[in-house]
Design a protein around this ligand. Sequence first.
Ligand SMILES: Cc1cc2nc3c(=O)[nH]c(=O)nc-3n(C[C@H](O)[C@H](O)[C@H](O)COP(=O)(O)OP(=O)(O)OC[C@H]3O[C@@H](n4cnc5c(N)ncnc54)[C@H](O)[C@@H]3O)c2cc1C
Length: 612
Amino acid sequence: MRAVVLMKQVPDLRAGSVGLREDGTIDRASASTTTNPADLHALEAGLQLAEEVWAMSMGPPQAESTLREALSLGADGGVLLCDRVFAGSDTWATANVLAAGIRHLGEIDLVLCGTSALDGETGQVGPQVAERLGLPQATGCEAIEDRDDSVEVRRIVEGGFERLAVPLPAVLTVAETGFQPRYATLPGRRRAAAAEVTVWTAADIGLGSELAGLEASPTKVAHMRPVPVARTTCRVVGEGISLEELAAEIIAVVRGGGTRSDKVLQAEEQTGAMQSAAPSHGGDIWVVCEFVDGELGVPSRELLSKALDLARGTGGRVVAACLGAGIAAAARSAGEFGADEVLVADDVLLDPYRCEPFARVLTDAIRGRRPDVVLFSATTTGRDLAPRMAAALDTGLAADCTDLRVADWQRRGETYRHLLHQERPAMSGSVVATCVCPESRPQMATVRPGMFSPLPRPGRGEVTALHVELGPSDLRVEVLERSVQRGEVALADADVVVAGGAGCDSASWHLVEDLAAAIGGRVAASRGAVEAGLAPRSVQVGQTGSSVAPRLYVACGISGALQHVVGMRRAGTVVAVNRDADAPIFSFADYGIVGDVRDVLPRLAGSLEALG
Ligand SMILES: Cc1cc2nc3c(=O)[nH]c(=O)nc-3n(C[C@H](O)[C@H](O)[C@H](O)COP(=O)(O)OP(=O)(O)OC[C@H]3O[C@@H](n4cnc5c(N)ncnc54)[C@H](O)[C@@H]3O)c2cc1C
């Protein structure tokens, strides 16, 4: 097997956040660089699976060190795609460059990359390269087994996994929970130091400037700003409030009624007020809906509700695009959340979800009906599907957005009216970037679940059947098994969340579970706890996990790193338990208990029980 591993050199955000210049752009010079950690897992997969492994990177001359690292770990060759023309490429343009580089490398069985890069965190390049090369894809793979002319992969999905048979050649993105990277040996380092890294320019790979670089990129960053997340006051137990009083507060919050944190609603109200008032042109907004256990999923309801607000700015209708088998009745419920029209593609070939048939049906429909905006939930399905479609449609895509609004945008004296402004965390959650897609259509975004309230607001809900015409090339990937635990799907929708961190261990983790059970909450985890093997990745909260907006969030033994906080900052009331009085989590908490989880959690559970 011959494999190419796509690797990126990124600012080392683990060594501290990157500074912002006065104009809002990132001061990359202030950060040291490193090989994107996720790509090392992809390289390890390549080294275990393939006889010949090439590492390929697009970047400036200094990105050569990333390729030397790959060589030191065992890669057979390294290719740097380096040309001024490539500078400033968004994911669409980056995928064009990498796909051209891969074609130039000759016949390849497997293209591997990390699920996402530390800096952009889009997870888009893998599926976009797959689309450019016309290959099947699987994203978020934590296990890959060679089956001669295909691979069998285990792909992470919300609350579980699915096993897919993917024919070769294929593009796979590798999850950080799989393929633990090896360490370089001394002979490996020596070999890498002496090896020659191949450098190819745009001319070498036959790529024109219309397909790469800042100007060609459909997505533009309108501006960046630091994340304002800290809360002002934290009432600490023992300093004006007793544990019993806090327990009473917790019960009041838990029993308080309502389904979502107030902060979600406030965010929506603010956004609504900022929208353009008088649209001069129309533009339909499509929401690609997902179904869970035969019902319209909560993230899709949230998006439909938001789309209705946005449609006031674009002047168009809200259209729900529903794909699956036997979903006609459930699809109709999209009308109850604001859809004016419900497009239904009901076909056995569309169940269970597979990227290529979904992408085919949707891109055909989009080409025919030309919506202005297409929105997806940033679920494992949306993150898999949207990038491939954006590449097929040659348009921009903003990943993992936390807010959307419609407003005018000016650039070089030109005014773009009623553009979708897509806010998303970037640089490891330390900044919020606002992206726009001024020229290409549709404007596309994936949106984090839990950002908006699913408000029932009846639309006309007129149902139209979508034409389904699929060929063998759309049906290459086979779903062998899908295993999802029912209760785990809706963490983003939980009213009460009790999260444990690396301050817990295997002996004390049950205290987090006991507290969650005592107050009817869902158990969640920081990445520290996930990496310690205390909880599955599917319950991770934060930048690379879920966003939650519960009425109550209890953080147990969690330090409060920004990457965690961005996932829980919309919680209504936050209670933090930490033995370090200076832990950053207390800056984001309404109530704090300084102490050991092993001591505090049983006492808190006892006080809650005493109050009934
Ligand atoms: C690109 C990127 C994305 C990331 N995405 C995420 C993400 O999605 N979610 C996420 O959570 N992190 C994410 N991280 C990691 C993040 O930076 C932190 O490393 C992580 O959140 C730390 O987890 P933690 O707070 O559980 O562990 P630690 O930072 O190790 O904190 C443990 C805390 O527990 C306290 N403690 C220890 N023992 C006890 C005890 N017995 N009783 C009480 N308190 C105790 C300590 O004082 C400490 O504050 C990301 C990082 C990067 C670079």
